[in-house]
Design a protein around this ligand. Structure first.
Ligand SMILES: [Zn+2]
Length: 95
């Protein structure tokens, strides 16, 4: 896979996380800025609606080639962070 394709994938992944955060489906841990988790109840369809609105408004530039590509990326981003707590905070509490 070319470097260009990898960069495009990484860009889509991080945009998808931004969409899910904007939709309040995912959130960033307030103590660990690199830990992303769900808000508990996951409403994926709401994240897709937020993504579609951003797509139509041109806010996503040329990151996604189709609405389908965007929803697939958002779905993957949510699945990748399917925890409703921060594992690092949890670990701190245990120690
Ligand atoms: Zn944390």
């Amino acid at each position: 896979m070319s470097k260009y394709l990898l960069e495009r994938m990484e860009e889509r992944r991080s945009r998808a996380i931004d969409i899910a955060i904007a939709a309040k489906v995912l959130r960033v841990c307030e103590y660990h800025g690199d830990v992303v988790m769900t808000m508990g109840l996951v409403d994926e369809s709401y994240a897709y609606r937020v993504g579609n609105a951003k797509l139509k408004a041109g806010e996503l530039g040329d990151t996604f080639e189709s609405p389908r590509e965007m929803t697939d990326a958002v779905k993957a981003a949510i699945n990748e962070h399917y925890l409703d707590y921060c594992p690092r905070c949890e670990k701190l509490l245990e120690d």
